[in-house]
Design a protein around this ligand. Sequence first.
Ligand SMILES: C[S@@+](CC[C@H](N)C(=O)[O-])C[C@H]1O[C@@H](n2cnc3c(N)ncnc32)[C@H](O)[C@@H]1O
Ligand SMILES: [Zn+2]
Length: 285
Amino acid sequence: MNNNMNIAVKKKDQVINTIKSHENLLSCPICHNPMFVDNELLKCDKKHTFDISKKGYINLLTTNHQGIYTKSLFESRNIISKAGFFNPMLEALERILKQCVTKESVILDAGCGEGSHLTQLFHRLGSKGLYIGSDISKDSIQIATRDTAELLWLVADLKKMPLSNQSVDVILNILSPASYEEFHRILNTEGRLIKVIPGKNYLKEIRGLIESDKKSYSNASVLNHLSEKMEIIETYEINYKFNLTSELAKHLMEMTPLTNHQVLTSYVDQLKEVTVDYMVVVAKF
Ligand SMILES: C[S@@+](CC[C@H](N)C(=O)[O-])C[C@H]1O[C@@H](n2cnc3c(N)ncnc32)[C@H](O)[C@@H]1O
Ligand SMILES: [Zn+2]
């Protein structure tokens, strides 16, 4: 067996072991019955069956809809993330998580994209607990599995999570859509949502380049909606500047859903730094 095949087998085994050691964690996205591993497949009693990929993830989507983002957007996001762009946000998340995570905790990153935030948090927190990254995009989850097989990676719609009722202690929801009904179902009664949303100055230099994006952004409607559904416990604002090389500027423009990539390519050499502005909201039901 060559080395690549060996690693692939190990990644699949790791997924199987994780599922076996967390009985009743996964529930069928079609009939909601518990799921279990049988003959290297994930099944429920009603015989709905899902493959466990040798790359180390499970695709639990029930439709072909895989979101709107391209693989190259996630590759650029991965490069930007590894260049340290998100580090101050991750430091804030690490501080918050340290207060609530134990080795028994189940931490879900709903809409995890290419997975680098969750992977970094897993290492920063000393690998305590079970970390689950889920995203509707198979491309993004395939990138996530390149770096680690120690986390559980799921291709899943956050409106139809393949997780049992009250099985999760912390939901991270970083710059991604939310489903408060589904979060309510899967979060345990003491559980917390930690949601990151853009602040009004987020990437204002890029918005300034696009005529239709020039009016300033407001997160008020997202916050209002969240406060109608959950009780906000605390909020943190994180503001900083990030220096760019022209290579990073190119990836930044490609990774951000708010931009018209073609229009922006001509500005790559002019963009030397950008403003990063987030709000982190901790909430409970
Ligand atoms: C702006 S990206 C943020 C990704 C990642 N959290 C990050 O900060 O790099 C939004 C993510 O939400 C995912 N997404 C959108 N709708 C979704 C859904 N219904 N279920 C799961 N993921 C979804 C997209 O595929 C994408 O990865
Ligand atoms: Zn089923």
